[in-house]
Design a protein. Sequence first.
Length: 339
Amino acid sequence: MQKRILGKTGLQVSVIGFGGIPIRKLSMREAKNLLAEAVGAGINFFDTAQGYGDSEVKIGEGLKEKRKECILATKSPCRTAEEVASHVRKALARLKTDSIDLYQIHHVSKAPELERVLSPGGALEGLIRQKKEGNIKHIGITGHNTDLLYKALEQSEELETVQFPFNIIEDGKNERALLKIAKKLGVGTIIMKPLAGGVIPEPELCLRWILQQGVDVIIPGMILSTEIKMNSSLGDKLRPLSPQELSRLKAKVKPMEQDFCRRCLYCEPCAEGVPIYFIQELGDKVKISAVKDMCKEMYASLEKNAEDCTECGECEEKCPYELPIREMLKEKHRLLLES
Ligand code: SF4
Ligand code: SF4
């Protein structure tokens, strides 16, 4: 497996990392087998989060014998220094380790949140303290709002990595700008949603495309042995797309571009509390049979859903991609309820 240096962390990461969201659907035994297979295939970067169900627990249990070979990255929605200590303590216990390689401030999506995180008494201050105490080794930030992440990197040199969605559909000027500033500042780049949440056809071409964009590590979610095999083989020998393959991939994604929610979150908050981007994402993923039931369950558990939309239209005025959000929400609602 090819390795790259994760920016100023200096960590040598496999170009294919392990996205730890779907593992929560496996039994402990299945999860341990899958993790052993991933390590055997040369994957050494494992991404999880406090909010991914029991993913941290499974990764901790599954990798405890291989701890020295693995780089553990986790994250939590910590926003204040006060919260950080308990979040890190919990992650250390769940991951069965005495030091976490990378701890990230999870899903910073709005300007006031970023301000809170970076201000005195904010999460970053708490994480710097954790780093001094040896509980974590490096600090990063994650989110979907690439413009905001750009500002975060500009404002703090303590941030050593940035994790954001990037794929052949979500390839706009904000993603490119973020990649560029990260490179300039020596910040490691961790790419989530390399397959746009699994909705892009031609996964192999799609991953080969992202691996040639100068990123450090991509973290597709993996739950099947076949996924480990295919993804790790792409990282063993990097093969840039031929012009013909690129044309084929672009032709496949073109029809999707028009109505694809890029998760930038500019449309939120909705005055009625409708979680717009989350519904868009669930509505896309429900088309994938492996996660269909999970998406439906998650939708059913939402406090507010598309039916709470009063069709005021404010979100559409804020969407930079001019998406017909109201119509899209209705369609996603239909897909998420149908049997
Ligand atoms: S149109 Fe619906 S989803 Fe959009 S802001 Fe108005 S109420 Fe919220
Ligand atoms: S609906 Fe538009 S504004 Fe909202 S998250 Fe998606 S792309 Fe961004």
